[in-house]
Design a protein around this ligand. Sequence first.
Ligand code: CMP
Length: 143
Amino acid sequence: MERTFLMVKPDGVQRNLIGEIVARFEKKGFQLVGGKLMSISKELAEQHYGEHKERPFFGELVDFITSGPVFAMVWEGENAIATARLMMGATNPKDSAPGTIRGDFAATVGKNIIHGSDSPESAVREIGLFFKEEELVNYSKLM
Ligand code: CMP
């Protein structure tokens, strides 16, 4: 079992896409183990996107992700990280296939609806940045 961190960005929340996005992962067969609607501080945004610090669009990225509420989630399932990336579609919506979240709902690379961890290391780091262990549930006792 693998866990991944996914986040509906401010544009997705504003466009009322939380339910649509959650439904896609539920129907795929993944389990939601944590979720919250929250505002991101500038500090958290800079930590989360630390690897992009030198990019020319870093300031824009931080301004955008702190511009309104996001819906942060942790999902669990077999190959959850890679499968979620596939379901999200390419980062730049001009390359994301129809049927993917970005392919269906996003038109620009800055406002691309959803973020998802790109590796097991990123998933651990991002889950730790956004969630306390006690905010995540454990279903194993029910199965
Ligand atoms: P995300 O998966 O959240 O991780 C980094 C983000 O940087 C990416 O999604 C894009 O939204 C954003 N990004 C990448 N390239 C650009 C760009 N040229 N201009 C603005 N934002 C960008």
